[in-house]
Design a protein around this ligand. Structure first.
Ligand SMILES: Cc1cc2nc3c(=O)[nH]c(=O)nc-3n(C[C@H](O)[C@H](O)[C@H](O)COP(=O)(O)OP(=O)(O)OC[C@H]3O[C@@H](n4cnc5c(N)ncnc54)[C@H](O)[C@@H]3O)c2cc1C
Length: 534
């Protein structure tokens, strides 16, 4: 049942018209009667199904789309909050610049344009409003995370700011009467049982847009990677994860290729836990993250596929995964700044260790745990890691090494091309057991056996292990020195943490007599067997 007609929903669709203030004095603050509408774009870099452009076009006044390259985010020297990583790595910066080029082309085709300027949103938008004169209104999406919300508050001081909902599979207004439940399954079930629709009326790609008002910057070149201080952004091709090009055009090509040309949607459920190659999962995430692709567009494509080819568990499961994505958006909305607190939303009492050597080894893929190292090396070399990999390396950092999860989250924030604050920090919360749910401590050896039995993945990213036969490539510390030399594995690092033993520690050497000792000996034997994979 659709809930958009509820009073609460109506109140929300009426938008939040923030009180204007002093930066532009004397301006008549009426959004509907404004002379021009500035569309402040962040992660909505597309023209299909774009709620911001639809709202601006509806108003009829000249429309000026603007993107701010904020040096606190898009600059090689910008640091993460804890200072442990870059705020945005080179590959994501490149992806954003490509997306902006693509969007500018599409907007021009619609009779519009795009201003891209360096500076904080407050500064850039104040300058633009000053230039445009009186009666300017601004439209943005409604951010879930605190940094972006602070920007919104600053921008609302400049001119009337209307925030519209954009970017989720399920529209917030349709969920108005479904209380957000902290556990994913409970929340998803309530959404599905409530028969919440994915809105069928995706905003159509507009045929044209009101022409932009005269404004400097409409024809200026978009800054280059070099201008932002970045160097090399190349991608290692070993993973066969094509170098993802930013922009809506590339996003729609990927959708076409994955769903129709290669017919992979049919088997997604069975392949999604893979780690090698471009086709085991959709790889939609980089485009979804920057809003080059709308999740509703993906859901509608899946529905079309179900009608034309087949409807099965796989075709449902992509929508299921997009529900995870929504869950973290709503989770971030619910918990605000707590998303970034060390002890999470429930005040966990876990103590985190500080060990810069261990952290460096994890980041560089030198922990001596092959599955972890292979994944961390792939991330560093490509800007991508499979979901299976992310779960494992996060669990290893938090539960095996006991290090502060926020340092892991910041490293991901730097490197992931598909980074979003909601999905990244939310998933790290889940990995660190901070959201009140079951704590998933992954057994790295079991995971290696289950998902990389032939060692293909580990050998791809850890060339030192390329000649070690499976399953020993997952437990190189058990090889004799002679075997290490024979297989060329002598340079592979020793393990930071012994895997395969309960609690990560080898059993004590001296056994005492009696029944209890027999049981302990049996457990030890089991652990060794697990370690050796027999
Ligand atoms: C520690 C950790 C950090 C992560 N950080 C991010 C992040 O910054 N950005 C991001 O988009 N995803 C993140 N994920 C979720 C997930 O790993 C990626 O979305 C997925 O691997 C991207 O590949 P894909 O597009 O091929 O996904 P598919 O398996 O094809 O899934 C389809 C889409 O569903 C969504 N999705 C799937 N799983 C999740 C999930 N667990 N949480 C949220 N959305 C999901 C994504 O939008 C994805 O593109 C993280 C997961 C973990 C464990």
């Amino acid at each position: 049942m659709r809930r958009a007609t509820s009073l609460l929903a109506l109140a929300r669709t009426a938008h939040s018209l923030a009180a204007p203030n002093s930066l532009l004095r004397g301006r008549k603050m009426s959004a509907m009667a404004s002379k021009a509408t500035v569309v402040w774009l962040r992660d909505e870099l597309r023209v299909h199904d774009n709620a911001l452009l639809a709202e601006a076009a509806r108003r009829g006044a000249p429309v000026l789309p603007v993107f701010c390259l904020d040096p606190r985010v898009f600059d090689a020297s910008a640091k993460s909050d804890l200072g442990s990583s870059q705020k945005t790595g080179a590959r994501r910066a490149k992806f954003v610049l490509e997306s902006l080029e693509d969007l500018r082309g599409s907007l021009k085709d619609l009779g519009s344009g795009l201003v891209v300027r360096r500076g904080s949103p407050r500064q850039v938008l104040a300058d633009i409003c000053e230039e445009l004169g009186d009666d300017v209104a601004i439209i943005s999406s409604e951010a879930a995370c605190s940094e972006e919300q602070k920007d919104e508050a600053a921008v609302s001081e400049i001119a009337p700011l209307t925030k519209v909902w954009d970017g989720t599979l399920y529209h917030r207004d349709d969920l108005a009467y479904i209380p957000f439940k902290d556990q994913f399954t409970a929340w998803r079930t309530s959404v599905e049982k409530g028969d919440t629709p994915v809105r069928a009326d995706c905003f159509a790609r507009p045929r044209d847009l009101p022409a932009p008002p005269a404004c400097s910057g409409l024809d200026d070149a978009i800054p280059s990677l070099n201008d932002l201080g970045y160097g090399d952004a190349s991608v290692d091709k070993r993973g066969d994860f094509f170098d993802p090009r930013g922009g809506e055009a590339a996003a729609l090509e990927r959708l076409q290729r994955y769903v129709w040309d290669e017919d992979r949607l049919r088997t997604y459920f069975d392949t999604r836990n893979g780690m090698v190659g471009q086709g085991y999962s959709t790889k939609f995430a980089p485009w979804l993250a920057r809003g080059c692709l709308s999740p509703r567009r993906v859901a509608h494509e899946c529905a079309k596929y179900e009608q034309k080819r087949v409807a099965n568990k796989s075709t449902y499961w992509v929508k299921f995964e997009l529900t995870w994505r929504d869950y973290f958006v709503y989770y971030a909305h619910k918990y605000g700044e707590k998303l970034f607190f060390p002890y999470g939303v429930k005040g966990s009492s876990q103590k985190w260790r500080v060990d810069s050597n261990a952290l460096r080894a994890w980041k560089e893929g030198r922990t001596g745990a092959p599955l972890v190292d292979a994944n961390m090396r792939e991330l560093r070399a490509t800007g991508f890691m499979s979901n299976r990999g992310r779960q494992n390396v996060a669990s290893y950092l938090v539960h095996d090494l006991g290090l502060d999860w926020r340092l892991g989250a910041e490293h991901f924030e730097e490197l992931l091309v598909d980074y979003t604050p909601e999905s990244n920090w939310g998933n790290w919360h889940a990995a660190a057991g901070l959201s009140g749910g079951r704590i998933n401590r992954f057994n790295i050896l079991k995971q290696s056996k289950d998902y990389d039995a032939d060692g293909q993945y580990v050998k791809l990213w850890c060339p030192e292990l390329a000649k070690v036969p499976a399953p020993s490539c997952h437990t190189p510390w058990l090889l004799s020195t002679a075997d290490k030399d024979r297989y060329g594995a002598a340079d592979y690092p020793p393990p930071l943490k012994t895997l395969g033993f309960k609690g990560g520690k080898p059993p004590p050497k001296k056994a005492k007599g009696g029944d209890r000792d027999k049981i302990k000996a049996k457990r030890r034997q089991k652990s060794r067997v697990q370690a050796a994979y027999l």
